[in-house]
Design a protein around this ligand. Structure first.
Ligand SMILES: O=C(O)c1ccccc1NCC(=O)[C@H](O)[C@H](O)COP(=O)(O)O
Length: 271
């Protein structure tokens, strides 16, 4: 069983337990539930922003501990001050050391789109995402049958949440893209051996239809690569470890974005 299958099997169990503990009726009473979501897509396309979705990631299956005691308040505020377009908060506890409260903390201190980064298999998690203040959710093509993915995407949109569809191949893209998805992410991490290669993003860039906002996810380790991804047509860049390995991730993000902007400024302007 690969790690994604293991995580997904666990999620079904987790959802069943959470439904008992916190019924939907309770989640709907959350103050955030009535909030109007902020558009991830719109923020990624804003020219005054970097396009970075900066992630809070305490640990991961591939790396173990990364930054387990990170301050979500300080880091999320610092990421946005550095020029990130949006935040990604991992809420899975068992594999990533995150929690719903991390997202609620980020929501409390920031006015920006927030992606709930988790492994969605059930409508319950989408209601939960809305109740903790998320603006967008992730749906992973490798984890869901296309018809089921479409149902979940439609349900998310009915609550005002945007959907980031994550793919690893052209086949997944062709099978799972549907009318409820406006943002597609190519995940550069191979979930069988955990190796990351941005080549996958370059390979798939032209297959993603025009009009869809494109994100490159995982393994983006330097500003030069991000410039090249932008030139290849990517609007967004999901970055976790590159920042989170630093004691002060927000400072790493500030330096990274400064370097990125300097590289862009050196590029000749094309008509
Ligand atoms: O990061 C992992 O080890 C991992 C393993 C299994 C499923 C998902 C995993 N990561 C989630 C992500 O997609 C990344 O956290 C995100 O794209 C940021 O990647 P990075 O910049 O490489 O931290």
């Amino acid at each position: 069983m690969n790690i994604l299958d293991e995580i997904i099997a666990y999620k079904y169990q987790e959802v069943a337990e959470r439904k008992e503990l916190y019924p939907v009726k309770l989640l709907e009473k959350s103050l955030y539930f009535e909030n109007t979501c902020m558009s991830l897509e719109r923020y990624l396309l804003r020219p005054d922003k970097s396009g970075i979705i900066a992630e809070i990631k305490r640990k991961s299956p591939s790396r173990g501990d990364i930054n387990p005691y990170v301050s979500v308040e300080r880091t999320s505020i610092g990421y946005m001050q550095a020029g990130a377009s949006a935040l990604s908060i991992l809420t899975d506890t068992r594999y990533f050391g995150g929690k719903n409260e991390d997202l609620m903390t980020a929501r409390k201190y920031n006015y920006c789109p927030i992606l709930r980064k988790d492994f969605m298999v059930d409508e319950y998690q989408i209601v939960e995402a809305k109740s903790i203040g998320a603006d967008a959710i992730l749906l992973i093509a490798a984890a869901l049958e296309p018809a089921r993915l479409k149902e979940l995407a439609s349900f998310a949109r009915s609550l005002g949440l945007e959907v980031l569809l994550e793919v690893h191949s052209k086949e997944e893209l062709d099978a799972s893209l549907n009318e409820y998805v406006t943002v597609v992410g190519v995940n550069n991490r191979n979930l069988k051996d955990f190796k990351t290669s941005v080549d996958l993003s370059f390979e798939l860039a032209n297959y993603i239809p025009k009009g869809i906002t494109k994100i490159s996810e995982s393994g983006i380790s330097n500003a030069q690569v991000m410039v090249e991804l932008k030139e290849a047509g990517f609007h967004g860049f999901l970055i976790g470890e590159r920042f989170m390995y630093e004691g002060r991730p927000e400072r790493a993000a500030t330096e990274f974005i400064r370097e990125y902007k300097a590289l862009l400024a050196k590029k000749p302007v094309t008509a």
